[in-house]
Design a protein around this ligand. Structure first.
Ligand code: ATP
Length: 314
């Protein structure tokens, strides 16, 4: 398990991580979400022993990364989508061999593992080609294999699918889900919220380095009170139709120029709203029902936090 207690990181005047308590258990993918600058990468770098916290404690499988960095490094690995973490002058296979040796993996174990990893990321045919001749996607796939070369118990994924083509990103998601099912602890940050919804059983949402909320993606959506939105397109959106829609629910939003009536509310209101519109003389030309997404929840949480901060500042 990865655990942080009251974790803080200050860079001069900026507090990037401000009292985070995280638990990342084995056997599932845990998400760490937040808008740009929320403190996700800083947190992951601390867990990866690349940065040292200003305050608070971290335990990774019971080990302290500050006091036992070598032991921790053997059991963790980091895959960061935006960063090139392999050597251009070496071939794909040489890179994996080099990184594997840094972990003191015996050759008889390393050789078959490298073959497996090359196969996993679809680079078997390009294994003998220098990385400088790889496309961006191939380099990224090699970085993923590099991140798995020590068979880490704890996998830190910072935007792992950034810039990957859709089929490769989908394959990587499958691999991540399998690794978690096989017992690894995975911490994932991603701006692709559909990816987070698909992979993560538990998600932490942070803003300005602070904990804003946590739960399953579905729980976060419920907690933030985001509701499904009914969007009705109406031809002949007269003032009478508008008045009937507003009488149905004052929270209705009407765009008369576009001929659209929208309502976000709990429960199943599509039928009753459309009937009210038709009864007032409107003709329905379209109907869409959008379920609330994790993105709606994250935006709502950030709005709420900004309002709370403004109130504290007053
Ligand atoms: N080395 C540094 N020196 C000073 N400030 C830093 C440093 N690294 C990060 N910060 C600041 O700390 C805050 C958190 O940054 P961090 O990169 O952890 O956020 P993030 O959530 O990963 O953002 P993004 O989604 O954009 O990657 C930001 O305000 C950033 O500018």
């Amino acid at each position: 398990m990865i655990e942080t207690h009251d974790l803080r990181k200050r860079f001069a005047a900026k507090t990037a991580v401000d009292g985070l308590n995280l638990v990342v258990p084995q056997g599932r993918v845990t998400g760490l979400l937040g808008l740009n600058g929320a403190g996700k990468t800083t947190t992951i770098k601390i867990l990866a022993t690349l940065l040292r916290q200003t305050e608070g404690t971290v335990r990774i499988g019971g080990l302290d990364p500050v006091r036992q960095p070598h032991a921790v490094r053997k059991r963790i690995n980091l895959i960061a989508g935006g960063e090139r973490m392999v050597y251009a002058r070496m071939t794909g296979r040489e890179n994996l061999w080099y990184f594997g040796q840094l972990y003191d993996i015996p050759s008889r174990v390393l050789k078959p593992r490298i073959d497996e990893l090359l196969d996993l990321v679809g680079l078997t045919d390009a294994a003998g080609t220098r990385v400088e001749r790889y496309s961006r996607g191939m380099t990224q796939r090699l970085s993923i294999a590099r991140g798995l070369v020590n068979d880490p118990d704890y996998l830190l994924l910072d935007e792992p699918t950034l810039g990957l083509d859709a089929p490769i990103a989908r394959d990587l998601r499958k691999v991540v889900a399998e690794l978690a099912r096989g017992g690894k602890a995975v911490l994932l940050t991603s701006h692709y919220l559909a990816e987070v919804e698909q992979l993560c059983e538990h998600v932490y949402v942070i803003g300005d380095g602070r904990h804003l909320a946590e739960g399953t993606p579905a729980e976060l959506i419920t907690q933030t009170g985001c509701h499904r939105t009914v969007r009705v397109e109406v031809s002949g959106l007269t003032p009478e139709v508008e008045a009937a829609a507003l009488a149905f629910d004052p929270a209705v939003r009407v765009d008369s120029a576009a001929g659209v009536v929208e309502l976000s509310r709990p429960g199943d209101v599509a039928g009753a709203l459309t009937m009210a519109i038709v009864a007032a003389g409107g003709t329905l030309t379209g109907l869409e029902i959008a379920e609330p997404s994790l993105e709606d929840a994250i935006l709502a949480l950030n709005d709420r936090s900004a309002v709370a901060m403004a109130q504290v500042a007053r």
